[in-house]
Every structure is written in C-alpha cells, then in structure tokens.
Design a protein around this ligand. Structure first.
Ligand SMILES: Nc1ncnc2c1ncn2[C@@H]1O[C@H](COP(=O)(O)OP(=O)(O)O)[C@@H](O)[C@H]1O
Ligand SMILES: [Mg+2]
Length: 266
C-alpha cells in the first residue's frame, strides 16, 4: 500500500525540553494508528507538527509525496490532513446544524460572512447526511453548549471530517467519556470514517480502545517513539509496559487473555 505520510528525523525543542526527538515514521493509506504514551511524552506535539500548528525545530514531513514542513494549518487541511483537538472546538452558541454548516462553508472555501450565504440547499443536504453518518441527527437543532460531552466530541470530529481528509488525526477522542460510552463513540467514528477510507491516527490512553480499533501502535516516551508495532506486540513490549501502560494493566490483561481473570475485577 502507498505511503501517505512520511516523517523523518523530526525534532522539537522548547528551551531545554526535547518534546520530539528523532521521530521517524511512515504511515500507509488506510492504516489505523494508535498513539500512546504517558502525559508529556510528546504525543500532541507530534500531531501539532504534522498538522502545522507547531513548527518543528528540524526534520522532514512529507504528505502524499509533497513537503508540508512549515505550511500553515489551513494549507495542510486543504491538502488533506485534518485533525481534532482534545477539547472540542465547536461554536458553543450555535446549533449542531449551524456548526456543521460553517465547517462545510470553510472546507468549501466560500468563507464566513462574505458574499455567498452560509446556507444553501445542497450544503444543508450534505450536513444532514453527515449528521446521519455520525448518528447525531436527533441533536440537529440543539445548541452546542448544551450537548452531552460524547455528542460534543462526535460533532467536533464530524466537523474535522467534512473536508474528507485522507488523514485524520484525533487528539484523545475518548477523553472525558465514560467507560460505557467509549466503545459506542469509537464504533460510530470508525464506521463513518471507514466509508471514506480515511487513514486515522489517534491519541488514546485506554488500552482496550487501542486493542480493539488500531492496526498499529506508536508508543511515545520522552519525545521518542519507543515502539512501533501491531497492538498485540506493542502491549507486550517491555518498554511500553514500563513507561506507558504500567505493569498492573499488563498483568490483568494477561490474566484475562489466559482466562484466569475475574471479569468483574478486570
Ligand atoms: N508550547 C509549549 N511550550 C513549552 N513546552 C511545551 C509546549 N508544548 C508542549 N511542551 C512540552 O513538551 C512535552 C511534550 O508535551 P505534549 O506533546 O503536550 O505531551 P502529550 O501530548 O504526550 O501529553 C512536555 O514536556 C510539555 O511540557
Ligand atoms: Mg496531549
């Protein structure tokens, strides 16, 4: 399969802090990549550099064969890499429908408040299809600020996806979501994106989510990728166990896999 994203020798320093060091990774089309690592490991810095929100200190980033280093976020989005933030970036006082209408207007480059009106029937139809894909049609007319957290997350990710990016990067899509809701949320996101054949990289702390949804894990530790492997392998890796997931999780997981664990206690 074709490599869509190629990152070479990427570095980022903030004064004495090395937030990214020797990052080398190639992502192929349609991969689902889970980015894991403790707080401060450099996960968001990596996503920020690829999406243009942070300028790398040095290195190379190629997307679909084109050098995108130093391009502003808007240019990178236009080329086909979109992202969501850990905290949903929705227009709080607007309805779900209006939020998506604006997202489409921006993606379609008609701009806001300029000559062409936000609303037209074709665009509204696209919004309604999108609402259906993300299973939030029942919230169509609700004001974003009143939405439950899970729905707000879905709206935010739906907005990031309106441009039909070839790569979508999600910063902790399940953070702040209850354990019971997480799988449902991820099922909806993955189903919606599967239809578009989107390549996905997402930052995740819940290893059950990682195991269920990703084909590949990138484990970060102190600005470096310490493991790049399929989830089965990555979650057994000594460095990942020590620096990312902790031995306790590893023990309960091993017991569960061996059928020894108390499921109520896992
Ligand atoms: N804008 C910034 N200015 C200074 N230091 C930063 C900035 N952004 C991140 N860092 C530092 O870089 C390191 C990696 O941070 P980050 O990428 O946010 O980690 P993660 O997302 O894995 O929790 C941390 O030590 C953090 O304090
Ligand atoms: Mg982060």
């Amino acid at each position: 399969m074709t490599v869509v994203l190629e990152v070479r020798d990427l570095q980022k320093t903030f004064g004495a802090v090395v937030a990214a060091k020797d990052i080398n990774v190639s992502v192929k089309e349609h991969e689902i990549v889970g980015i894991i690592g403790a707080n401060g490991a450099g996960k968001t810095t990596f996503v920020n550099m690829v999406t243009g929100y942070l300028k790398p200190t040095s290195g190379h980033i190629n997307f679909a064969g084109k050098n995108i280093m130093g391009l502003p976020p808007r240019e990178i989005t236009k080329l086909g890499i979109s992202r969501s933030f850990q905290v949903p970036q929705v227009f709080a006082s607007e309805s779900v429908f209006e939020n998506l209408l604006m997202a489409y207007a921006i993606a379609e480059e008609t701009g806001l408040g300029v000559l062409s009106p936000l609303y037209n029937e074709e665009r509204a139809a696209r919004v309604d299809d999108h609402l259906t894909s993300y299973q939030i049609s029942e919230y169509r007319n609700a004001t974003a600020s009143t939405l439950p957290q899970g729905i707000r997350k879905l709206l935010d990710i739906a907005m990031a996806a309106v441009s039909k990016p070839s790569i979508l990067m999600l910063d902790e899509p399940t953070s702040g979501i209850s354990v019971e809701e997480k799988f449902n949320l991820m099922d909806i996101i993955m189903e919606a994106l599967r239809k578009e054949k989107t390549t996905i990289l997402f930052i995740e702390h819940d290893m059950e989510i990682v195991e269920r949804y990703v084909s590949r894990v990138l484990a970060f530790y102190q600005g470096e990728i310490i493991c790049d492997a399929p989830p089965d392998e990555a979650l057994m890796d000594a460095g990942v166990r020590e620096f990312v997931i902790g031995e306790e999780y590893h023990r309960t997981r091993t017991e569960a896999l061996n059928g020894q664990g108390d499921p109520d206690n896992a």
